[in-house]
Design a protein around this ligand. Structure first.
Ligand code: SF4
Length: 376
């Protein structure tokens, strides 16, 4: 089974924290759809004819596309791939794009999962982030999707804002819980180099939230969502039972995926490749049949490190048998000997042949993963 990711690099305006590849050159959309259809055709064999289980429109802002464009892309995928009957088809959307008319039209595209970029229900913070919507629009958008029959809705939340109080964060979580959604992705605000937010920090125009408060907010998130019936299935992801993102889970479970569009990454178990992060160059190269990506073959050690970094983020953990069989005795021995102290401390456990980071190991998970990775 494989997944297909389609990058839609258009945004109406840029948010101050974002380092994803996107552009405000919306007039290039029609030409872009043609390039995407061409890349789908050119790269049809990349995942070795495996059945496609998930399709994910990410961005950028995919909800800036017309529903007919989304239909065309899905039909281009269907033309060259065997797409599973109940495939998960997700679109990321901005709340203010989800008008009655748009949500209605989405229903006829085959999209069955909507991931809404809400980030916070605090209007002051939404303005600070330079988001296009306000809190009321976000709540209305969720309701509209539910009323039209979408029963697999995810929202993104951000915590750890400068000066964010515990009460404000709890308010965001409570509001999310009241919405009756199936999935929540929650990320700490990150100061990525090159973003406006990073520059503000460099110029001392704001202060990062201190570490202790950040950890407290993460703990509150885990506790409140668990009380609300959510399963904490990946460090930053929570869902109602059975509603994991099947697409993102395939990244964490070492499955193949094809990334289409500028900056999109692909992986077929042997090599990684990534398309250039420049819309106009990408379109030109695809149109002329020239190379539009870079590629790297994975050594056994690199593949092992990728597997550690992804699998241990999840509640399913790393498969010890797979590590032994696929990566050999040397890397298996390295894993077992380095995992020992975490198991003894109760930060990791072995269950049915899977090595899993426990709840009290989650706050040091970055350290555990880097300790288990292979360094020459
Ligand atoms: S966060 Fe989303 S909407 Fe904002 S600039 Fe980045 S991709 Fe665009």
């Amino acid at each position: 089974m494989a997944g297909i990711y389609i990058h839609i690099p258009f945004c109406k305006k840029r948010c101050i924290y974002c380092d994803f590849y996107s552009t405000t050159l919306g007039h290039l959309k029609d030409r872009y759809i043609n390039a995407v259809e061409k890349e789908i055709e050119i790269r049809k064999d990349y995942a070795g004819n495996e059945t496609v289980e998930t399709i994910y429109f990410g961005g950028g802002t995919p909800s800036q596309l017309k529903s007919e464009d989304i239909k065309m892309i899905i039909s281009a995928i269907n033309k060259v791939h065997n797409v599973k009957n109940n495939a998960e088809i997700t679109i990321e959307a901005n709340p203010d794009d989800l008008t009655e008319e748009y949500v209605n039209a989405l229903k006829s595209t085959g999209v069955n999962r909507i991931s809404i970029g809400i980030q916070t229900f605090n209007d002051r913070r939404l303005k600070f982030l330079n988001r296009r919507h306000n809190a009321q629009q976000a709540k209305d958008a969720v309701k509209r999707c539910q009323d039209k029959g979408f029963d697999n809705i995810s929202i993104d939340l951000i915590y750890g804002f400068p000066d964010e109080s515990t009460e404000q964060w709890i308010n965001d979580i409570d509001t999310a819980l009241e919405l009756g959604i199936q999935h929540i992705s929650a990320y700490h605000l990150i100061y990525e180099e090159g973003t406006k937010l990073y520059n503000m920090l460099e110029k001392n125009e704001l202060c990062e939230l201190d570490e202790e408060k950040s950890v407290e907010q993460f703990k509150i998130l885990i506790q409140k969502l668990k009380e609300g019936g959510f399963v904490h299935y990946e460090i930053s992801n929570f869902c109602m039972p059975g509603k994991e993102s099947r697409h993102n889970s395939s990244y964490w479970k070492d499955k193949k995926y094809i990334g289409i569009g500028p900056s999109a990454h692909s992986y077929n178990l042997d090599c990684r490749q990534w398309n250039i992060s420049d819309l106009e160059k990408y379109m030109k190269l695809v149109e002329n049949g020239e190379t539009f990506f870079e590629k790297e073959e994975l050594t056994k050690e690199e593949h092992y490190n990728d597997y550690i970094l992804t699998s241990l983020r999840t509640m399913w953990g790393a498969d010890l048998n797979l590590i032994k069989k696929k990566f050999g005795e040397k890397l298996y021995g390295h894993f077992i000997s380095n995992a020992g102290k975490y198991i003894n401390n109760g930060e990791m456990r072995i269950s049915d042949g899977m090595a899993i980071i426990c709840d009290n190991g989650i706050f040091i998970s970055d350290g555990i993963m880097s300790d288990l990775m292979w360094v020459e």
